[in-house]
Design a protein around this ligand. Structure first.
Ligand code: GRF
Length: 215
């Protein structure tokens, strides 16, 4: 049985598109049953709608509190019979009860090799730090932002003279591939959260969880 996945977005939605494309493969262990945007005008939402995907715009500004907004998201997830949540450029901090409810069933992608460069402008932080390698990480969502247990990472070279845009673009290519892979590991039950750590099944080896795409 394929896992039923909701993707939460706020903007462009290129990671969402990558997950939707991956899930079109008959052998992929997850299906995308819902796309929810915290911004009605998000370009990603228009794309999802054009693909005939079940879409919801839940404008966070319409809710009195973070908890009320998260409650509306939770209701939408229940309505769609969702098993797993994939955050893809979702720009809202979630309330602790929501995070706890979905613990082990909610993933996020971040454009750095965590635990380095959490928060906003991760690629800019990497350039400022002068690292020669950065990348992206898919992790389970926990209460503290960008700190959850890591499911998979991809390393991406930082080029001499890179601009923030150039590095972001190179990392984004890796993100799309990594997220589809990490979601498949979790959806297939080959990676799961147990006592705050990610447990991998015996056949998952390091090349499954660490990508080094050609730069
Ligand atoms: C990506 O870089 C993702 O890692 C970060 O926000 C960006 C979203 O891009 N969390 P997109 O909306 O998926 O194109």
């Amino acid at each position: 049985m394929k896992k039923r996945v909701a993707i939460l977005i706020s903007g462009r939605g290129s990671n969402m598109m990558a997950l939707v494309e991956a899930a079109r493969n008959a052998n992929y262990p997850a299906e995308i049953v819902s796309v929810i945007s915290s911004r009605p005008e998000a370009p990603g939402l228009a794309w999802a709608s054009s693909q005939g995907l079940p879409c919801r715009a839940l404008d966070h500004k319409a809710y009195a509190s973070r908890e009320a907004f998260d409650g509306a998201i939770d209701d939408a997830l229940a309505e769609a019979g969702v098993d797993l949540v994939a955050l893809a450029g979702f720009m809202r901090i979630q309330s602790p009860p929501f995070v706890r409810k979905w613990l082990g069933r909610q993933l996020n992608i971040h454009p750095s090799l965590l635990p380095l460069f959490r928060g906003l402008h991760a690629q800019r932080q990497a350039l400022q730090a002068g690292v020669r390698i950065s990348g992206c990480s898919v992790h389970f969502v926990t209460e503290e932002m960008d700190t959850g247990p890591i499911v998979a990472q991809a390393a991406v070279a930082v080029h001499a003279g890179d601009t923030e845009d150039a590095l972001s673009e190179r990392i984004l290519v890796a993100e799309h591939r990594l997220y589809a892979h990490a979601l498949s590991l979790v959806a297939a039950g080959r990676a799961y959260l147990e006592n705050g750590r990610v447990v991998f099944d015996a056949v998952v080896n390091s090349s499954d969880v660490l990508y080094s795409p050609k730069a």
